[in-house]
Structure formats: structure tokens, C-alpha cells
Ligand binder design. Structure first.
Ligand SMILES: NC(=O)C1=CN([C@@H]2O[C@H](COP(=O)(O)OP(=O)(O)OC[C@H]3O[C@@H](n4cnc5c(N)ncnc54)[C@H](OP(=O)(O)O)[C@@H]3O)[C@@H](O)[C@H]2O)C=CC1
Ligand SMILES: O=C(O)C1=N[C@H](C(=O)O)C[C@H](O)C1
Length: 267
């Protein structure tokens, strides 16, 4: 495998620091820079809890991409920042691998168009855990037979976006096979606003936020006299790393932007 030069944005965050540990283990992955607002000018190895790597922290994505020779940007930041970073990467001919969630449909469309114009490959995946990708695909299959479905996602209480990117992607995949249906009683009335959850094409999404959780989702289908529940749990952020590594390996050969790891795992 050829060397791949990587920049990580959000490198001292919960996911970013896990990504650095993954990069450290692979000889063919070479960390050339990090972006965050707190550690400008410091080496990764100088920051407590981060691996023993020499790459420097930069304050701004454009400064960083000018200073280093990067092939791939891994972005694990926040919705607004991640969108700007992905755009900057594409404009600089650097391939984005984006785990950051909370992008709008318009932003995804714009980034896809930009990648096409620039002929730069990229991957935006709301969930890099292999099991979660399969859970979404199994839900897509089940929805063909069970149009009654509710999605319950549960995350740690530091998460800023709701519903989760995974829940939105699951609903989009279900929509591809489910016969459109407004679920529940037609006269249903919420006595407390939000009691029935968020509505996506007539199905409901419920978001739970509690300390101690990592990332968990149940997709529960029902028909007369039966119930099918498809469930995935990430107990540790290491669960996302094999998917990120796989995406980094694949993205160097792409010339378009892909939304969802299933396109590389299963197509
Ligand atoms: N696709 C997937 O498989 C997964 C995706 N995620 C997503 O990844 C993202 C990050 O999650 P998580 O690690 O838990 O969040 P954290 O809050 O732990 O980390 C986010 C990091 O981004 C940094 N950051 C904020 N603003 C900037 C900026 N302007 N430039 C550079 N860095 C910045 C933060 O720094 P500071 O602390 O200084 O603000 C922080 O270090 C979220 O969108 C989450 O939904 C999470 C898990 C799996
Ligand atoms: O913020 C998180 O933690 C996670 N975010 C992603 C999402 O919004 O779906 C992926 C995973 O669920 C963890």
C-alpha cells in the first residue's frame, strides 16, 4: 500500500483522538497535520492523551493545507465547521473523509457538485461502524415488508445534532423501499409537543441523550401480531475506526463524492 498523507481536523476531540491512534498503528498512514483551535503550533506528541506523532496543529484548515502535502482530510468536528473544511479540502484537491454529521441536504448537494467540478473524490459517512452500515441496510430490506417503523437512536449527552446522522440516513434508506404511509392514529394529538418524535415521511424518529452512552440505534418494525427490531450498539469509538481506515484507502481512487459507506462496502 502506498503512503497516504493525512490531515485530521478535530484531532483532540473524542473521535479525532481515536483516529490519531488508528493512524499511529498503520505504517502506510502518515499524519502530516492537525486542525483545531486550542493547540496551534504544538506537536501532537506534546498534547496529553494523544499519540507520539510529530505532526503540528494548525488553527485553520487553509493554513494547514497550504503548509503540508496532504492526500486526505479526515474531518471529525461539528456540522458548520465540517462543511467549511470539506469545501476547503475539495477546492485544494485534497480528498475529504468526513464523519462529521449534521450537514443539510442542500450542503450535501453543493459538496457533491463541487467534487464533480473539481474531479476530487470524497466520502461523507454518517456512520463508519461496519455493523451500523449493515443495520441500515437490513432496515432498508425490512421496510419493503413492514411500512410501520419507528427509529430510536440513543447517544451521549455531548452530541449537538438531533436526530443523529445515522437516524437520518436510515430513514432515507427506508424511504427507498417503504410504501409511503402516515403512521399512527389519524386523530393523534400530542399533549406535550414532541411526544411522538420527529416526523420523516410519516415515520417517527426518537432521540435519547444520556451520559455514559456512546452510539446506539434500534429500528423497530411491526405488522399484525409481530415485531422485528434491528439494533446496533457502538460501545467504544474504536468501532468507527476500521470504517474510517477503509474509507481512507478507498478515497484515493475515487473521483466523486460518496454519501454513505454502503456504496463502497456493498455495491
Ligand atoms: N461518522 C461516524 O461514524 C461518526 C461521526 N461522529 C461525528 O463526528 C463529529 C465529532 O464528534 P466527537 O468527536 O464526538 O465530538 P468532539 O466535540 O469530541 O470533537 C469535535 C472536535 O472538533 C473541534 N473543533 C471545533 N471547532 C473547530 C474548528 N473551527 N476547527 C477545528 N476543530 C474544531 C473541537 O475542538 P474544541 O473541543 O476545542 O471545541 C473538538 O476537538 C460529530 O459531528 C459526530 O456526530 C461521531 C462518531 C462517529
Ligand atoms: O455524535 C456521535 O457520537 C455519533 N454521531 C454519528 C451520528 O450522528 O449518527 C455516528 C454515531 O452515531 C456517533
Amino acid at each position: 500500500m502506498n503512503q497516504i498523507n493525512i490531515v485530521v481536523a478535530g484531532a483532540s476531540g473524542k473521535m479525532g483522538s481515536e483516529a490519531l491512534r488508528m493512524i499511529e498503528k498503520e505504517e502506510y498512514l502518515n499524519l502530516v497535520g492537525c486542525v483545531d483551535l486550542k493547540h496551534t503550533g504544538k506537536k501532537v506528541s506534546e498534547i496529553e492523551g494523544l499519540p507520539n506523532l510529530d505532526a503540528l496543529f494548525y488553527h485553520d484548515i487553509n493554513q494547514c493545507l497550504e503548509a503540508v502535502d496532504a492526500d486526505v482530510l479526515i474531518d471529525l468536528t461539528s456540522p458548520k465547521v465540517g462543511y467549511q473544511h470539506t469545501k476547503a479540502a475539495l477546492l485544494n484537491g485534497v480528498r475529504p473523509v468526513v464523519g462529521t454529521t449534521g450537514f443539510t441536504a442542500e450542503q450535501l448537494e453543493e459538496l457533491t457538485k463541487l467534487a464533480k467540478e473539481k474531479q476530487v473524490g470524497g466520502i461523507i459517512a454518517p456512520n463508519f461502524a461496519m455493523g451500523a452500515v449493515l443495520m441500515m441496510q437490513f432496515s432498508r430490506m425490512a421496510a419493503k415488508f413492514f411500512p410501520d417503523v419507528e427509529i430510536i437512536e440513543k447517544h451521549h449527552d455531548q452530541k449537538v445534532d438531533a436526530p443523529s446522522g445515522t437516524a437520518i440516513k436510515t430513514a432515507e434508506l427506508i424511504q427507498e423501499t417503504r410504501q409511503a404511509k402516515q403512521q399512527g392514529h389519524p386523530d393523534e394529538e400530542e399533549l406535550i409537543k414532541g411526544a411522538r418524535g420527529a416526523d420523516f415521511d410519516g415515520m417517527k424518529i426518537h432521540s435519547v441523550r444520556l451520559p455514559g452512552l456512546v452510539a446506539h440505534q434500534e429500528v423497530t418494525f411491526a405488522g399484525p401480531g409481530e415485531n422485528l427490531t434491528i439494533k446496533h450498539d457502538s460501545f467504544h469509538r474504536e468501532s468507527f475506526m476500521s470504517g474510517i481506515r477503509f474509507a481512507v484507502e478507498q478515497v484515493v481512487d475515487l473521483s466523486e463524492l460518496i454519501y454513505g459507506l454502503e456504496h463502497l462496502m456493498l455495491d
